[in-house]
Design a protein around this ligand. Sequence first.
Ligand code: ZN
Length: 436
Amino acid sequence: MDTALFPDNNSDRGRYLVLARKYRPRFFRDIVGQDVFAKIIQNAIRSSRVAHGFLLIGMRGIGKTTMARLIAKAINCEKLLDIASNTVEEQEIEPCAKCASCLAFEKDRHLDVIEIDAASNTGVDDMRQIIESCSYSPVCGKYKVYIIDEVHMLSKSAFNALLKTLEEPPHHVKFILATTEENKVPNTISSRCLKFHLRRIDVALLEKFIISVCEIEGIKIDSTAAREIAIKSEGSMRDALSILEQAILLSSNNYISDQTLYRMFGGVKSDDIMPLVASIFSKNAAEAISIVRKLYSTGADPRSILSELMTAIHALSVSLVTGSPELGDYIEQAREFGIANLARIWKLATNGPSELSSSLPSIALEMMVMRMAYIGHFPSPEAILKQLAGWEAKPPSTPAATPCARAQPDRSYELSGELSKKASELFGSDAIHAID
Ligand SMILES: [Zn+2]
């Protein structure tokens, strides 16, 4: 990331700004992780081929409104209106931050940029009002820009009203629509817009950005903590900055460590989770439950426990298969437990997120670790196969040569059915599927 961070301090001197606002991109070069978007818009402005409608698609917190404002700012910048030409390098196409239009933007006071939240203005009357105002010329810029956020929330009649204007808008009007749910935007609308799918921001880019912000803010942060924030924010810049903001408030002496984040998320360290794994390996359900309860008492969240448990199961399985020496203390126990059983507890764990989304996540987790601890009691697929082989090796009780023998039921199938039935009674259907 070559981004020169440009904190937005000028317009709000002396006033506290949340990080998400302070580090909102003011130039295309500030945009993190959406290079394609920036390149296309800069090229469009350079070659005077700016579409009259844009549709920005992407998950919440990814920067759709920020991008929309940046388009509005750039197409109204007086300097860019003058220099727009193919002789200019695309990366030079940036709002000047000095002209009357740019300055109005910096102060959030641009009269020609109208932001509408479709979630609270869903009706056809709201849309008619907007459309009527389209006919008036812009006050200080070249274009009137309508930014409609959460556009999928508009009613059908509101969409129809918008469609007419979107088909042939006045030359001084641009629409920038933003949505989290592309499938709810009618094709008639989306096909008339230049569409951008904004991507989740890469973890490495977010991590780097967080470290840069901390440097500017005078905060010391462990690289592992920066990475943890990047992972937790799941590709959303807004979430990353809001988590960082909380971590700064929780930190002591402006230092964010792993411990700061554990306290914040009710997280679990991998060292804390290994005794739980060991109790599952030793088929000790009572101990497993007591460990889970001890983790709760230190503030650990059931989802964090499950997520660390899954990480441990994965790491041990990989170690068993590849022979890598990590988790040395537990690898022997894992070997004894067997890769097939590890696969079975993994299968149970993958159902975890949906079970934990119930209203009683802590109870759901206890039930889950209990079932995991019982899995070791259940015969492995190899043992079942051996038992089946033993059964087949026994001489049949009726003479095989007689024609009637063919009518005898298939006993091996019957045995497997009996085993399945018994297993199902003991361990529930998940345990059976886990054998598959
Ligand atoms: Zn300007």
